[in-house]
Write a protein that binds this ligand. Sequence first.
Ligand code: CP
Ligand code: NVA
Length: 306
Amino acid sequence: KTAVEKRDFLTLLDYSKEEILAIIEEAFKLEENPIQPVLQGKTLAMIFEKSSTRTRVSFETGMLQLGGHALFLSSQDLQLGRGEPVSDTAKVLSGYVDAIMIRTFGHDKIEELAKHASIPVINGLTDLFHPCQALADLKTIYRIKETFEGVKTAYLGDGNNVAHSLMIAAAKVGMDFSLGCPKGYEPDADIVAKAQKLAEETGATITITYDPIEAVKDADIIYTDVWASMGQESEQQERLVAFKDFQVNDQLVQHARADYHFLHCLPAHREEEVTASIIDGEHSAVFEQAENRLHVQKALLKKLLS
Ligand code: CP
Ligand code: NVA
């Protein structure tokens, strides 16, 4: 456990196109052959400062299927929740376990944890990024389209953590990406600039627009996420008003390709960001997408830990 060996997974910005594609490829193999005891005797600590269904269950199950063990640690139960410094938590856990997965609020907190841990730290969602989700999104899109080249993914709604990671993922693998959002809910300008620079290298296009129809025009994939993320509950009412034109519904999808697929990281709010007709309809791939969290994270754990 030396600093030289350790590799974190905080954002896809730190991973090359080749590394990302290799994780996706390995995930397809793990889907075929799920039980592989390559992490025997290894433990993953999972710290949650926010709720989770998919991230918790997929990481815990994934570690078991790879022969290892996962510990669910709610921040309410950890001394971290009573004010123990992140740096001390990082150093203590580094002495017991082989990797840490954390879901938290500020991205600076995960950076602090990674800085002081001598073991890999995996981002299970921060306010800024959700890179494990983006890996699952890429695997799902690849299974559907069998390529990223010439594929257009349109994201509708809040320029949030999921949008940031999906945009970076698209730029890395060379997939066209458009984001439609209301004024005031744009993605982080610095992240957009980074994605646009990456896209120049891979031949992808990154478009940000305030027009939902322009965003979904001829899209192969339409993606949305909740309008109020965890930690934004008090803004729920004003966001319902601000985002109303960005709902994915039967009218909006008319502008996409006839064979479009619908994705959502879940959990979803039916009749808010997406109608039931779409998410429960024949174009939806959201449950395959959710299952892919398991396969891609196992591939990631294998890469970082075995
Ligand atoms: N998509 C996702 O991360 O789901 P959970 O919040 O249930 O983990
Ligand atoms: N943007 C959402 C994603 C949940 C998986 C949130 O941060 O709450």
